[in-house]
Write a protein that binds this ligand. Structure first.
Ligand SMILES: [Zn+2]
Length: 233
């Protein structure tokens, strides 16, 4: 399931469809706007005013005729999140709302659904897969969403198209790995893509935070205890 069909969601859906995902849920409440066309390459000028879920589903059906597509023209919130997300086995967080990112995190952690977080700010983008109970979650990284003033300054910094393209593609490729039954590439590690220098990317391990709601720290502590007992590194 892809939540948000914008700068991250569009490249993510293309990578997922091309990568062998067979069933895809598309979630977005908004219509296509003129300002979307430069970054969100799947939409065309005559899509302006149509729901993104409809325009995207039509294009995807042509690209991947065997793909089963379900449309959810709604904004994910606390009342519908678990009912919507719970219908899918893997979630791509392609929203630009920190509050929704944390909601996706908490619903996926509670329902034990793996997902990939993605975020872009200016020329820098990040992505991290979360396997609930096994790897660190978004709340291990940041305990709570940033306050409104910080969010506003992030929006002012803007989103650079190619950076969102790179992160969205990484997210869609990860969903395809999950669909093919392969190991996730970014489970427990965060990739940072720096579009300003090169471009360049680096990947770093993310440790589960003690006491976090996701419980991954319990697994990490258990492994550390076994390593202490057995003397293995
Ligand atoms: Zn956590």
């Amino acid at each position: 399931m892809i939540v948000g069909l914008g700068g991250l969601g569009v490249p993510a859906m293309l990578a997922a469809a091309r990568g062998g995902v067979r069933r895809l849920g598309l979630v977005d409440p908004d219509p296509v706007e003129l300002s979307n066309l430069a970054r969100q390459v799947i939409y065309r000028e005559d899509d302006i005013g149509r729901l993104k879920v409809d325009a995207a589903a039509e294009r995807l059906a042509r690209l991947a005729p065997a793909l089963e597509i379900e449309r959810f023209p709604l904004a994910i919130d606390a009342t519908n999140a678990s009912g919507t997300i719970g219908r899918f086995g893997f979630v791509v967080d392609a929203t630009d709302s920190p509050a929704v990112k944390f909601l996706i995190n908490d619903v996926c952690v509670a329902a034990r659904i793996p997902f990939i977080y993605g975020g872009v700010l200016g020329m820098t983008g990040q992505a991290m897969s979360v396997v609930p109970g096994h790897t660190a979650c978004l709340r291990c990284l940041f305990e709570s969403p940033p306050d409104e003033a910080d969010i506003a300054s992030c929006r002012d910094a803007g989103i650079i198209g190619p950076v969102a393209g790179a992160i969205g593609f990484i997210q869609g490729a990860e969903a395809a790995r999950w669909a093919r039954g392969e190991a996730l590439r970014f489970a427990g590690s965060i990739i940072t893509y720096d579009g300003a220098r090169g471009p360049r990317s680096r990947t770093a391990a993310v440790l589960a935070r003690d006491g976090c709601i996701c419980g991954a720290w319990k697994a990490a502590n258990a492994i550390a205890a076994i390593q202490r007992l057995t003397g293995t590194p």
